[in-house]
Design a protein around this ligand. Structure first.
Ligand SMILES: Cc1cc2nc3c(=O)[nH]c(=O)nc-3n(C[C@H](O)[C@H](O)[C@H](O)COP(=O)(O)OP(=O)(O)OC[C@H]3O[C@@H](n4cnc5c(N)ncnc54)[C@H](O)[C@@H]3O)c2cc1C
Length: 425
């Protein structure tokens, strides 16, 4: 069992004890490895980005200004492109993300191309998004550096329809047809993924549509996971019923003799979930404390490894303890770091200390690399800004690491200058 966390600076900190159980020296403190892929200039830019978002008021002002400027169609896209976009996104198209893919691959870090355009809601938009995801599957075919593809069901179907289906309300003939078209799009992506042998992740979303998402995702798993793990569902461990859902999914997989692919995350919509529950007078579906979410997440990792003959797991997390804990579990199970059933994943531009140090130690690591036109990925970028304010604790950790690395590089440069001066004497 994981040790108890200590609450500090808005964060629950788990004491990481590097024990003999750890197969290789995995430390998330090595900033030289963490930022080896960034030039000094890029690192200074990262420091600027995280310094802004670290202050809730600065982040709120910057976000409001950008939203206003975009609404007024002021020419600020160039500025966004050179700052936050460059930091958190791989490019504006699949083609322009290629250099990011190759660059990350040099360090053993793989890419999951994440088409991050949001707010599209017409049938034409859904068809266009389907084509785009199919391009990512095509792009990933036979390429080790792109080990997964990903999509959100709400990018392929009307969220209101998904909600209505889940609510059990009567649906019209038109709505039944729209649902069939959505199923068709999802099946097209999963069947192509199966044909090209590219595993595909289905993201988890808000609880009021997630049962419908799961229903569709399970159907795909039953169809395409007979010989290997092609379709991965996502479980949000901040939900009180997630541990039961994981066990149920495992039993379902056993019954149908299929492989189970699970991406475990803590969950991205906590405030929204709580607000909605309060609005409708329901109990919040989210665990009451961070500690309870952490325990559920870490226990789920253990459950997946206990059933590794059937389950493949992706740990989608920036939590250092959970990532470290998974390396310990792997070691306990006698698994090689590169065992294909276990993956570690973080978002591009975040927690490089975890990704690059794990990759260097031989673990399977991938970054979600968002891409899309600057204007269309703005909702994604606003969420990153929100998630990274000091209220949530992530950016102060990022800033500390970036500053540490900049200091280290300055020290190395100064030493080099002194050496050079000495030699030239
Ligand atoms: C590769 C990848 C894929 C992802 N895919 C998805 C996805 O498909 N769907 C999705 O919803 N999210 C997804 N996420 C986001 C993820 O759910 C988290 O929001 C985010 O990564 C922060 O959690 P963490 O594990 O990094 O750890 P931490 O930073 O340690 O934990 C923060 C999280 O803990 C939970 N939490 C915080 N405070 C409390 C509290 N008081 N009570 C209960 N719980 C609390 C919340 O979930 C919060 O986001 C993904 C993240 C990654 C890295």
């Amino acid at each position: 069992m994981p040790e108890r966390a200590e609450y500090r600076d808005n964060l629950y900190i788990y004491p990481i004890v590097y024990t003999m159980e750890s197969p290789l020296e995995v430390t998330f403190e090595d900033t030289r490895v963490a930022f080896s892929y960034k030039s000094d200039q890029e690192l200074r830019k990262a420091r600027f980005v995280f310094s802004v978002v670290n202050h809730p008021w600065a982040s709120a002002v910057a976000t409001a200004l950008v939203k206003g400027a975009l609404a007024l169609r002021l020419p600020i896209q160039g500025l966004i492109r050179k700052t936050v976009f460059q930091h958190f996104c791989g490019g504006e198209s699949i083609e322009s993300a290629e250099s990011t893919i190759l660059h990350l691959a040099n360090y053993g870090v793989n890419t999951i191309l994440d088409y991050s355009v949001e707010g599209e809601d017409s049938e034409e938009d859904f068809d266009r998004t389907t084509q785009e995801i199919l391009h990512t599957v095509q792009k990933a075919r036979g390429r080790k550096q792109i080990p997964f593809c990903v999509f959100k069901v709400s990018g392929l179907a009307d969220a209101l329809l998904l909600e209505k289906v889940q609510s059990g309300k009567a649906v019209t003939d038109d709505e039944i047809q729209a649902l069939e078209r959505a199923k068709g799009r999802i099946d097209k992506i999963c069947s192509r993924a199966y044909e090209y042998d590219v595993p595909v992740l289905i993201d988890a979303e808000e609880t009021w549509i997630q049962d419908t998402v799961n229903m569709l995702a399970y159907e795909m798993m039953e169809r395409y996971n007979k010989e290997s793990t092609i379709v991965f569902i996502t479980l949000q461990m901040y939900l009180t019923d997630a541990s039961k859902k994981l066990k149920d999914a495992y039993h379902m997989a056993t019954m149908h003799q299929i492989y189970l692919g699970v991406k475990l995350v803590r969950g991205a919509y906590m405030e929204k979930e709580r607000e909605r529950a309060a609005e409708f007078g329901h109990r919040s579906p989210v665990h009451p404390t961070k500690e309870a979410t952490d325990d559920a997440f870490n226990n789920a990792l253990a459950f997946c490894l206990d059933h590794k003959q059937r389950i493949s797991v992706m740990c989608g997390s920036h939590n250092e303890y959970s990532n470290y804990y998974l390396t310990v579990l792997m070691s306990k199970h006698g698994m090689r770091p590169a065992d294909e059933r276990v993956w570690f994943a973080q978002l591009y531009g975040m927690s490089d200390n975890i990704s690059f140090n794990l990759a260097r130690a031989g673990y399977n690591v991938a970054k979600y690399v968002p891409y899309g036109p600057v204007r269309s990925v703005m909702p994604y970028l606003f969420r990153r800004a929100e998630e990274n304010t000091s209220v949530y604790g992530q950016s102060s950790r990022e800033l500390t690491l970036i500053r540490k690395e900049l200091r280290r590089r300055r020290g190395v440069n100064e030493m080099g200058m002194q050496m050079y001066g000495y030699i030239s004497l």
